[in-house]
Design a protein around this ligand. Structure first.
Ligand code: KG4
Ligand code: ZN
Length: 335
């Protein structure tokens, strides 16, 4: 089975080929960051137009690199949601048209399931069941994963997602979009303990998150600072510490509550090196294991979509011929 994966849910145009026997053959990604940078955030219409113009050239490059062609494909998986409606439609329309003309199965994949399964692309894969911390620009979720499609949401953000809070805080202190990785880099220059930021919702029971107050706290601290480069780095440091600490407290709680000892982290914020190293330390301490995707598979990519699609297609799942997208698609509704 050779599955073509297509990802266009947000600001990355991505394609990948996953082979049942050989694993991931190749994945390519074109980032729209430059296109949106001057606006300080994603402009949906520009995003859709850019996906539409970049998808075909990227696909042809993928075939060239892998020495494959249309006729070698046995199935297609594309991101059907959640995401930007116009952006999703570009990938869905291409996937459906191709599948129809090649007369092969096609399946719409849940973007967060793609993230959740991304660590499975590594040599050292987690076995079911495990706890997954999904931290991206749009989601913060703690999920008990028992099998493909058997997901129990244990906790989620009641307001801003972790990545969103990173990006908004970064924007206020003058960093470019998307600010998460830039803020993380700047934090390395920060003097530890210059500020102590709150660890929201950790004093009360439960596994939900709230990052909007933390973002406001960072903004207020910035407003009252001398606005020097050092103050900026110190705020970045305190903010990152608070987010990482909060995520870790909730992960530990989820592991205790479920009695599980395997933890998976995925989504854009799982590229955060401080989060990765702290979680490794915590899991070593409690005698558990932590699994994360390679850095290139933390942020949006099509390898995870091809893989998630492959796992479902091989169980016989397949959609009808309609172009199907679900811009809002809660993970709980996935079976
Ligand atoms: O998963 P992703 O590529 O897109 C969504 O599905 O949202 O995640 C993007 C998010 C952005 O908010 C970005 O700032 C954040 O992940 N991010 C990071 C880091 N790298 C990416 N946040 C903190 N530290 C990083 N190193
Ligand atoms: Zn994503």
């Amino acid at each position: 089975m050779l599955v073509l994966g297509i990802e266009t849910s947000c600001d990355d145009t991505a394609v990948a080929l996953y082979d049942a026997d050989r694993g991931l053959l190749c994945h390519l990604r074109y980032s729209q960051i430059k296109l949106h940078e001057s606006f300080g955030g994603i402009v949906p219409e520009l995003s859709s137009r850019d996906h539409a113009s970049k998808l075909m050239p990227l696909l042809l490059e993928l075939f060239k690199k892998t020495e494959k062609n249309w006729r070698d494909l046995t199935a297609i998986a594309y991101t059907a949601g959640p995401g930007l409606i116009g952006a999703l439609l570009t990938g869905a329309a291409l996937a459906r048209a191709l599948a129809y003309s090649l007369n092969i199965p096609c399946l719409g994949v849940h973007h967060m399931e793609g993230h959740l399964l991304a660590p499975m692309l590594e040599q050292n894969k987690p076995e079911f069941p495990f706890i997954a911390l999904l931290v991206s620009g749009g989601h913060t979720l703690l999920v008990e994963v028992n099998a493909i499609g058997n997901y129990r949401i244990l906790g989620q953000s009641v307001d801003d997602a972790a990545g969103e809070a990173f990006d908004k805080t970064a924007r206020v202190i003058g960093l470019a979009y998307p600010g998460g990785p830039l803020l993380a880099k700047l934090a390395e220059q920060g003097i530890p303990n210059s500020y102590t930021f709150p660890r929201p919702m950790t004093q009360q029971p439960g596994l939900d998150f709230s990052f909007s107050g933390l973002k406001t706290h960072a903004v207020n601290t910035w407003d009252h600072s001398d606005k020097s480069e050092q103050a900026k780095a110190n705020i970045a440091h305190a903010f990152q510490e608070a987010v990482v600490d909060t995520l870790i407290i909730k992960c530990r709680r989820a592991l205790e509550q479920t009695g599980l000892n395997r933890l998976v982290i995925a989504g854009g914020v799982s590229a955060n090196l401080m989060l990765r190293s702290r979680l490794k330390q915590v899991m070593d301490d409690v005698g558990g294991d932590v699994f994360y995707p390679a850095l290139e598979f933390c942020t949006d990519n099509a390898a995870m979509i091809a893989y998630a699609g492959f796992m479902r297609l091989k169980q016989g799942e397949c959609d009808d011929d309609n172009v199907q997208i679900r811009p809002r698609w809660p993970l709980e509704e996935l079976v």
